[in-house]
Design a protein around this ligand. Structure first.
Ligand SMILES: C[S@@+](CC[C@H](N)C(=O)[O-])C[C@H]1O[C@@H](n2cnc3c(N)ncnc32)[C@H](O)[C@@H]1O
Length: 254
């Protein structure tokens, strides 16, 4: 399932803002080595490079297309292709950062303690994940997927996400952390232009579904979703669309 960095970056400001707000809660002053897990096209990594000009910064991602974009971004960082689940750092990271990536992985109960164990005392694990999977932008994907000639092909596509409740993250991290900061923000995103929410999910949650279909079926599936999602998030007279979006932030200090 390929990522399309161009589609993803069409909402770069909205997608990068939570990374900046997460980073603002990371206290480490001069970490020698900082890693950005699921760095994508390098938009979140750029914030890390700017915050710590002396640090070695490494962006890690499993998508070759995203890494090609990251390498061409001019951001001062090393870039590595790896799966977060099995990634092992080449040196001890003082900060492990991840913006909008862990929702693609399962088994957070195993992942997070493992990442904490890689940190030194005083090190920080900071991550942000969307928690809007019960909103129409996502429920309509599942609804349309189960409601057409493509239903059999889409049945096995993951339709639930591995994002847990804030209390669950606290329980998972508590035995491994000296201090934990958890909060949620419900952004009221203001998007420009027609089919804004459709264009947003085309860069993320829709991809596994459209990738599983052949061209003509994909077109019909996307057309049906686009019409339903446009009704759920109507365009205002000004041409703007309001797209509420809840995100969960976690900062754990070892
Ligand atoms: C939504 S993008 C986030 C990009 C960037 N961090 C940001 O702040 O906008 C999610 C990224 O996670 C990567 N990803 C998903 N699963 C992964 C895995 N198992 N290992 C490594 N990267 C993964 C994807 O390739 C994608 O580039």
């Amino acid at each position: 399932m390929a990522w399309d960095p161009g589609t993803y970056l069409s909402f770069e400001a909205e997608r990068t803002r939570p990374a900046a707000e997460l980073l603002a809660r990371v206290p480490n002053e001069s970490p020698p080595y900082v890693v950005d897990l699921g760095c994508g096209p390098g938009n979140s990594t750029a914030l890390l490079a700017a915050r710590w000009p002396q640090a070695r910064i490494e962006g890690v991602d499993s998508s070759p297309d995203m890494l090609t974009e990251a390498r061409g971004s001019g951001v001062r960082a090393d870039w590595s292709e790896a799966d977060i689940v099995s990634w092992t750092p080449p040196q001890t990271p003082e900060v492990i950062f991840s913006n909008a990536a862990f929702q693609w992985l399962g088994e957070h109960e195993r992942l997070l303690p493992r990442l904490m164990s890689l940190l030194p005392k005083g090190g920080t694990l900071a991550f942000q994940v969307p928690r809007n999977f019960d909103d129409p932008s996502h429920t309509l994907i599942r609804e349309v997927a189960g409601d057409g000639p493509w239903a059999a092909k889409l049945r096995n596509i993951r339709s639930s996400w591995s994002v847990l409740a804030p209390e669950d993250y606290f329980s998972i991290l508590e035995p491994h952390a000296a201090r934990i900061d958890i909060w949620q923000t419900r952004y009221m995103q203001v998007l420009d232009g027609p089919d804004a929410v459709y264009r947003w999910t085309s860069g993320t949650g829709l991809r596994p579904f459209s990738a599983a279909l052949a061209d003509d079926e994909r077109e019909a599936f996307l057309c049906e979703y686009r019409q339903r999602v446009a009704k759920a998030y109507p365009v205002r007279a000004s041409g703007k669309t309001l797209f509420p979006f809840r995100r969960l932030f976690v900062v754990a200090w070892r």
